[in-house]
Design a protein around this ligand. Structure first.
Ligand SMILES: *[C@@H]1O[C@H](CO)[C@@H](O)[C@H](O)[C@H]1NC(C)=O
Ligand SMILES: *[C@@H]1O[C@H](CO)[C@@H](O)[C@H](O)[C@H]1NC(C)=O
Ligand SMILES: *[C@@H]1O[C@H](CO)[C@@H](O)[C@H](O)[C@H]1NC(C)=O
Length: 281
């Protein structure tokens, strides 16, 4: 039998001895079961482990590692376009889907589709959404954040992004006000890169170009703020080891990315974004 991926939910309030598994959700490799509820007949109590086998996963809930900011996915332009199309065609289904994906409330509507029907299931409650800054490999067309002026301080505007991206983000905030958005470019502007192409290439090291790429990140924060979209973090570069000449991407060695990150922080601070994170991926 192939392995299935089983997610268990349990209370983290008490010590291990008091913990019990109340819910089991199963997704199988062949998609015959997708996040299916498989409640145990009675709560499963944690016990003293037996001898470790090859595939044992040992959880030590007394050991704390890094803080998790949320769980989620990237909302590409094409995802926003699909959602926006659904909103136009069938607004009720759109809002049900938005609730199902992003709301942290228990959804009785969703429960009706699941067997047994009387068990209300929580929504997916995606709480962290990465948003491509400019086009990604899932965009209907290649748009970038645009230079708005060509003075000594080049200003950038996010308005070339499709309008349905902003309305979808606003709708997500309306169903989950705690959602965290993380902006991150797939491609820098072509002229910041060598070779100068939106698809592939790497950031030029000329300081004025690098500085422009920093201003681009800061202006993106300002742009989203102007649209009342709260942005938790801005990332330097998506998949920095992946320069692909067939779609928007940029390669950025670790040292460059670290230097950009270090230079970005004071610029973000002086523009008033002291609480917004800069993230090196
Ligand atoms: C460019 O951006 C800077 C910083 O936000 C601002 O002070 C300046 O007024 C902007 N210039 C134009 C022409 O919009
Ligand atoms: C942002 O919110 C402010 C205050 O509520 C409001 O005046 C403004 O019109 C909003 N802007 C947009 C683009 O929604
Ligand atoms: C930056 O963080 C602050 C505090 O969380 C938030 O109010 C603001 O909206 C964020 N900036 C943007 C551009 O969303």
């Amino acid at each position: 039998m192939r392995h299935s991926f089983v997610v268990v939910a349990f209370a983290l309030v008490h010590g291990a001895a008091a913990q019990q598994i109340q819910d089991v959700w199963q997704t199988t490799w062949d998609r015959s079961s997708l996040i299916a509820s498989m409640p145990p007949a009675s709560a499963i109590a944690f016990g003293t482990p037996g001898a470790a086998a090859a595939a044992d996963i040992q959880v030590d809930d007394t050991q704390v590692y890094q803080t998790i900011q949320g769980f989620g996915a990237t909302l590409t332009d094409s995802s926003a376009k699909l959602l926006d199309g659904l909103k136009t065609d069938n607004s009720d289904e759109y809002w049900k889907l938005m609730d199902y994906m992003f709301s942290s409330e228990i959804s009785l509507l969703a429960a009706q589709a699941i067997s047994p029907p009387m068990v209300p299931i929580p929504n997916a409650a995606l709480s962290y959404v990465r948003v491509p800054l400019g086009a990604s490999d899932f965009s209907a067309s290649v748009s970038t954040i645009q230079p708005a002026t060509q003075a000594c301080r080049i200003n950038f505007t996010i308005d070339a992004a499709p309008a349905y991206l902003f309305s979808t983000l606003t709708d997500i905030m309306s169903v989950n006000s705690a959602v965290r958005f993380h902006l991150v470019p797939w491609s820098l502007l072509a002229w910041m890169k060598t070779p100068a192409n939106a698809d592939g290439g790497s950031l030029m090291r000329m300081s004025t170009i690098t500085h422009s790429s920093l201003l681009m990140h800061v202006d993106a924060l300002t742009g989203f703020q102007g649209k009342n979209i709260t942005v938790f973090a801005v990332g330097i570069q998506n998949e920095p080891e992946n320069s692909d000449t067939t779609y928007p991407s940029t390669s950025m060695p670790v040292a460059t990315e670290a230097a950009v990150g270090e230079a970005l922080r004071p610029l973000m601070n002086s523009a008033g974004f002291t609480e917004n994170r800069s993230i090196q991926i």
